[in-house]
Every structure is written in structure tokens, then in C-alpha cells.
Ligand binder design. Structure first.
Ligand code: ZN
Length: 198
């Protein structure tokens, strides 16, 4: 489409670099953006810039937040004796939407994947171990049931169990290879309720 407009082409290129956005959708989005009033695209551009600049990761659990410590870690009512370990922020949000879990979380920032060159050091595992003081009674491994998620859960169980902390894994119900963020709330709640000690 380079015969039309260089700026348009650049916009399509940037949009198509986003995950899940193919060149066709990028084109559709770009046409939508340029046909909107300029205020709309300025608001969008500002929102992107501000989020990229200002959103931090909680220094305790690694969840995205506007402050140093997120609202879940700050919440006095949450049960500080249980930590649920998830792969990413989206999984945490999925569990929070169900609204039944009242403990704390730890966001790993991915899963162990030798194929992608992601080892334990690339994840927030050291930070998790630092949190495992005497106050913590249970760690729930809620990583995805993909090969990477299972490998991560096995790895974590091996290093956490010797610390005399109960380690459990979310139950079946989460389909093999299924991403937690795409699972309906009932299934997710059952997976949590039916977790088994490992
Ligand atoms: Zn936090």
C-alpha cells in the first residue's frame, strides 16, 4: 500500500507488530483511526504513551500497578498465608474476576521454556522465594496446563516443598494446553477449589 501514504503505511506496520494483529486487521484499524476526529487519535496515542511510561510492576507480587505496591498486596483483608503463583497479569485478573480467592498472588512473568530460552532466572522466582517466610502456609501453583506451565509448576514444587510449605496445583478442569485467561469463571473456580497438594 506504499503508493497511498507513507504515514498510513507506517501506522499499519506499527499496529501489525502487536500480538494477535495481522496485517489485515492492522489495515482495518488504521482506516478506522484516520477516519476518526483527530482528538480521538490523540487520546489513543496519549493513553498508549502514558501507560507505557507510568504503569509499574508491584514490588511484592509483580502485578501491574500505578504505585509501588499494588492494591491486592496492600489490602489488609487478603489472606497473607496463601500465595497463588500465576504466569502473567492476565491470569491474575481472570482469578480476580471470579472473586472467590482471597489470598495473595505472585506473577512470574511467563513460564519456563527451554525452546524460547526462558529459564528460572528469567522469571520472578527469586522474588517469590524471598516472600516465602514463616507466615506463608500454602503456595498454589496456578500456571497454565501447557508443557511450559507444567514444567514451571514441577520446578517450583521441587524448590518450595523443602521449605515446609504446603504446595498445591490447580485441579483438572483447566484443559491441557489451555490458557487460564481464556477459561470460563466456573471452570476456573472449580480448578482452584479442587486443587491438590503435590
Ligand atoms: Zn502486589
Amino acid at each position: 500500500m506504499n503508493f497511498i501514504s507513507k504515514d498510513f503505511e507506517k501506522l499499519v506496520e506499527e499496529l501489525s507488530s502487536l500480538p494477535g494483529v495481522g496485517i489485515k486487521s492492522a489495515g482495518r484499524l488504521a482506516f478506522h483511526i484516520i477516519n476518526e476526529p483527530i482528538e480521538k487519535s490523540e487520546a489513543l496515542a496519549n493513553a498508549i504513551k502514558n501507560a507505557a511510561k507510568n504503569v509499574k510492576h508491584c514490588k511484592i507480587c509483580n502485578m501491574i500497578t500505578d504505585d509501588e505496591v499494588c492494591s491486592i498486596c496492600k489490602n489488609e483483608i487478603r489472606n497473607k498465608k496463601i500465595i497463588m503463583v500465576v504466569e502473567n497479569d492476565r491470569d491474575l485478573i481472570a482469578y480476580e474476576k471470579v472473586g472467590k480467592y482471597k489470598g495473595l498472588y505472585h506473577v512470574l512473568g511467563g513460564a519456563i521454556s527451554p525452546l524460547l530460552g526462558i529459564g528460572p532466572n528469567e522469571l520472578k522466582i527469586k522474588e517469590l522465594l524471598k516472600r516465602l517466610t514463616q507466615d506463608v502456609e500454602e503456595v498454589i501453583l496456578a500456571t497454565n496446563s501447557s508443557i511450559e506451565g507444567e514444567a514451571t509448576a514441577t520446578y517450583l514444587a521441587k524448590i518450595i516443598k523443602p521449605l515446609n510449605i504446603k504446595v498445591s496445583r490447580i485441579a483438572s478442569g483447566v484443559p491441557v494446553g489451555g490458557d487460564i485467561e481464556n477459561i470460563d469463571e466456573v471452570t476456573l473456580f472449580r480448578a482452584y477449589e479442587g486443587r491438590v497438594e503435590i
